[in-house]
Design a protein around this ligand. Structure first.
Ligand SMILES: [Zn+2]
Ligand SMILES: [Zn+2]
Length: 253
């Protein structure tokens, strides 16, 4: 199966600065692996917390010192917190090449025994609210794994399939008006990208003219470029290269 050229880029890669990434994720080894795979561009996107921010910004010198034909961008993945604020101030984020927003990090994990209808409804409400908050921060470029974590560790497919279409449409209209891109990713845990709810969400985004951002969310070298579901979705949506987001590119209006 031939991989579309758009997937020789990966804008969601964690180095060992992220507490959840493996030690092997040094900038040098990431670049070496990406070069060997014939990549064109890589974006480093560590979790931006107050305690990691300085090290992320410190990567700039390392990136500039690299001897590579790859385009290398320095970005980050910032949490959207419960109150809608970001885990790091916009002034620091503005120093990076791009910023991925992660509203779904603040979704709750379900207690398998207590995940009743009310808890699920609440989760959906939270997802809508957190996603919408991304519009309030002009420093954000794209939403990382927009549908991840809805299941709170349990089966997510019924929740995804049950998302109300009109409401999703209104949310997408706002995100689109704010110039945000959406990540196409394999970081989807316990559900298949073929699930109806995911296809509907991305299909509605495609019709609204969104740009899509390829990202593997690699926390280990073996996950770099792991984008099989994303490639599947890309084909399913009939996308082409011009619909793919890149750092520093023009925002669609
Ligand atoms: Zn994430
Ligand atoms: Zn990530």
């Amino acid at each position: 199966m031939q991989i579309p050229a758009a997937f020789f880029t990966d804008y969601h890669v964690h180095t060992s600065i992220s507490p959840c990434a493996r030690e092997e994720m040094t900038l040098e080894r990431i670049i070496e692996r990406a070069e060997r795979r014939g990549y064109r561009a890589i974006g480093i996107s560590d979790h931006a917390y107050p305690e990691t921010c300085e090290r992320i910004l410190g990567l700039r010198r390392e990136v500039e010192a690299l001897d590579t034909g790859l385009e290398v961008y320095l970005g980050c993945e910032v949490d959207v917190l419960h109150d809608g604020s970001l885990s790091v101030g916009a002034d620091l984020l503005a120093e990076l090449d791009y910023v991925l927003a992660a509203p779904t990090h603040s979704l709750q994990m379900f207690d398998p025994d207590g995940a009743d209808e009310d808890a699920r409804r609440e989760q959906i409400e939270r997802w809508f609210a957190l996603s919408e908050c991304c519009c309030d921060h002009p420093v954000l470029d794209a939403i990382a794994h927009p549908l991840r974590g809805l299941g709170g560790g349990l089966e997510a497919e019924p929740l995804l399939n049950g998302l109300e279409e009109g409401r999703v449409g209104r949310l997408l209209d706002k995100l689109r008006a704010a110039g945000l891109a959406l990540e196409l990713t394999d970081s989807m845990e316990n559900y298949r990208s073929a699930c109806e709810g995911i296809r509907r969400f991305y299909g509605a985004a495609e019709r609204r003219g969104f740009l899509f951002c390829p990202g593997s969310d690699a926390h280990g070298l073996d996950r770099l470029g792991h984008q099989w579901h994303a490639v599947w979705l890309y084909r399913d949506l009939g996308l082409h290269g011009t619909r793919m987001w890149r750092p520093g590119g023009e925002r669609p209006r």
